[in-house]
Design a protein around this ligand. Structure first.
Ligand code: IDP
Ligand code: MG
Length: 203
């Protein structure tokens, strides 16, 4: 019974982490280690950061990436890193959707040309899932300006100018949740068991 309570408690904390990491961190700091992690709390993993293996982010191959046939290589990078694909579709984006997606950039001088670029052809939009996927995806994608992107990142390997930087990735947990809801309906996202999950993260 105690084990069941501990398990339910841990799941609740993990769920809270995926929605509001700061609230979860301040909450767990008030609980004894034994309640949070049981025997495993004494092991190598910090009890204050249980891995949220269900964190999700939005990644999109932009029209230039699709035109240049980079979709496969970009998907491969996320697969081989260990993330799980839970949503995927190709579409011609509407200006309405884009104006919501890039709402924070509406006042920028490059905004009209950004809309033109993003509607110039189909995009491939995906939702990837896994521990720390938002932050790790940003690192994998690289700096917004390809001239400053490290080699080994998508932008650092496949692009040269900020106006054609091949790929999009959400920049925060809140941004990811907003963008996923904008681009996908709930039923388009699949929850499925990945057979190597325990090989990529302690769960
Ligand atoms: P991010 O894509 O790395 O998150 P943001 O600042 O959110 O970068 O900008 C969104 C997109 O707007 C960029 O990926 C790029 O396509 C475009 N963009 C940003 N800055 C410029 C610019 O100075 N000139 C042209 N396009 C830009
Ligand atoms: Mg951005």
């Amino acid at each position: 019974m105690i084990l069941l309570q501990r398990c339910l408690f841990k799941r609740t904390i993990q769920h809270l982490y995926s929605r509001s990491p700061d609230t979860a961190k301040s909450l767990v700091s008030g609980f004894p280690a034994a309640l949070l992690g049981g025997r495993r709390a004494a092991g190598h993993r910090s009890i204050s950061t249980p891995p949220d293996v269900r964190e999700r982010t939005l990644v999109a191959v932009k029209p230039d990436g699709v035109q240049r046939r980079l979709v496969g290589q970009i998907i491969q990078r996320f697969e081989q890193r260990g993330f799980k694909l839970v949503g995927l579709k190709m579409l011609q984006v509407s200006e309405d959707l884009l104006s919501q997606h890039y709402c924070e950039l509406r006042a920028k001088p490059f905004y009209p040309s950004l809309l033109h670029y993003m509607t110039s052809g189909p995009v491939v939009v995906m939702v990837w899932e896994g521990h720390n996927v938002v932050q790790t995806s940003r690192t994998m994608v690289g700096h917004t300006n390809p001239a400053e992107a490290q080699a080994g990142t998508v932008r650092g390997d496949f692009s040269i100018h900020v106006s054609r930087n091949v790929v999009h990735a959400s920049d925060s947990l809140e941004g990811a949740q907003r963008e996923i809801q904008l681009w996908f309906r709930g039923k388009e996202l699949l929850s499925w068991d990945c057979c190597d999950q325990t090989s990529t993260c302690e769960v």
